[in-house]
Ligand binder design. Structure first.
Ligand SMILES: Cc1cc2nc3c(=O)[nH]c(=O)nc-3n(C[C@H](O)[C@H](O)[C@H](O)COP(=O)(O)OP(=O)(O)OC[C@H]3O[C@@H](n4cnc5c(N)ncnc54)[C@H](O)[C@@H]3O)c2cc1C
Length: 393
């Protein structure tokens, strides 16, 4: 089988890239390890930057999003006795949108089906070959176990942190940076209307807590826990009790409901470079992971893809290599900015160290809440920095 672009992984990065390429008249084939049903049911991110929303609209998948996404003007920062609002639209001129990754994925999968382009789900033994040449190819076994080979002009690794693509870059050319944090998030999804109008990021002596949501009827809540914590040790009652304590504020009550999903998510920062080697390009979690505190993971994957779609279009349609040559450096600058922001939010809000560290965190939180300059710095980063080259493909 032959195509212009072979895309490994059909998470948000792979699906959006396929969609943008299709609209530019470039055909692609998606190769995904999981089933389509599994891909669209994974509960993960839920906050979209304004730039992400605009890009999804321009990719032709904004219709349901425009109907169902909930606009949030900002967030609350909380510490014992104080809950302070940061208004992003006032501070940075843009809002964020609550729309689950599951919904983004569903919209993109539907668009892919409509476009009639090939996709292989439940693929195994996926391997990349000759990526340093202009004739790279991908081999795998399809869902029926049959051996397959896809020849392409370019291969894009959108296969997340555990995928094989980055290993296809020779080890001596690859550099990685990694930070494992001494805490994890215990996340729950609950059938209960959110207890606040906007997200609450709460510092507490017992550990961080976040009140978020997925819709007007579904809340998403997180607790800082030890990475070694076993989910079996957290009964629903224990979770609600810890959330009520850490998010507690005089005159405010946390509504509780049926917990429908719970899991422990370890937190790490990870960056690998370069994001391009010959005709292999990496995008999204395949090249970088951020802790979820800044709500950046999905948005960063989308920003990579916006830059990459333009680079591949000019390379494969117009024969100009300039943007493709610049892709890794261009994407990595934004990746490091978001890596810093995610690390900073994580460090400010999660309990670690001793009482001295706690006082530093509280001083920082008060500074952000009281200084328009400090608040603007958080708001600009959280609401999303510009995508290099803009949004037009
Ligand atoms: C458990 C979890 C919870 C998260 N929660 C949040 C959150 O609360 N807030 C937030 O902002 N971000 C969160 N994130 C981050 C966010 O979901 C990711 O940044 C986002 O999914 C990145 O999209 P992606 O397409 O690059 O990677 P992914 O969504 O990981 O997609 C990669 C795809 O590649 C496929 N793949 C892997 N190996 C192979 C292979 N060998 N062959 C073929 N296909 C393969 C995978 O099955 C997957 O479909 C979370 C991530 C995880 C893992």
């Amino acid at each position: 089988m032959r195509t212009r672009v072979a895309i490994i992984g059909s998470g948000p990065a792979g699906l959006l890239l396929a969609q943008l390429l299709d609209r530019a008249g470039i055909d692609s084939v998606l190769v995904e390890r999981q089933s389509a049903a599994h891909v669209q049911s994974r509960i993960r991110a839920g906050i979209l930057e304004a730039g992400t929303v605009e890009l999804l609209r321009r990719a032709g998948v904004g219709e349901r999003l425009d109907r169902e996404a909930i606009e949030h003007r900002g967030i609350y920062l909380q510490w014992p006795g104080e809950r302070r609002h940061l208004d992003f639209t006032e501070l940075a001129g843009r809002a964020v949108y609550v729309y689950g990754q599951t919904e983004v994925t569903k919209d993109l999968l539907a668009a892919r089906e409509k476009a009639g382009q090939a996709a292989f789900y439940e693929a195994s033994e996926v391997a990349l070959h000759d990526v340093a040449t202009e004739r790279p190819y991908v081999t795998f076994r399809d869902a029926d176990g049959a051996a397959r080979r896809i020849d392409a002009d370019a291969v894009v690794g959108c296969d997340g942190y555990h995928g094989p693509s980055k290993q296809a870059i020779p080890a001596h050319l690859r550099q990685t940076w990694e930070r494992a944090y001494p805490h994890a998030w215990l996340g729950v999804l609950a059938d209960v209307a959110p207890s606040t109008d906007e997200l609450v990021y709460a510092w507490h002596p017992d550990g961080f807590a976040l009140h978020s949501l997925r819709s007007e009827h579904v809340s998403r809540l997180y607790l800082q826990v030890d990475p070694a914590e076993r989910i079996e040790d957290w009964s629903d009652d224990r979770i609600w009790e810890a959330l009520a304590t850490r998010l507690g504020l005089d005159g405010w009550t946390l509504s509780t409901g049926r917990i429908t999903e719970k899991s422990v998510l370890p937190m790490r920062s990870f960056v690998t470079a370069p994001m391009r080697y010959g005709r292999l390009f990496l995008a999204g979690d395949a090249a970088h992971i951020v802790p979820p505190t800044g709500a950046k993971g999905l948005n960063l994957a989308v920003a990579d893809v916006a830059v990459l779609a333009r680079a591949l279009t000019t390379l494969l349609r117009d024969g100009s290599a300039e943007l493709a040559d610049a892709y890794s450096d261009t994407a990595l600058q934004r990746v490091w900015r978001c890596t810093h922001f995610s690390w900073w939010m994580t460090s400010m809000l999660h309990r670690h160290g001793d009482d001295f560290d706690a006082q530093l965190q509280l001083a920082q939180l008060r500074r952000v809440a009281n200084s328009p300059a400090a608040a603007r710095e958080l708001a600009e980063n959280y609401a999303g920095l510009p995508i290099p080259g803009g949004l037009d493909g």
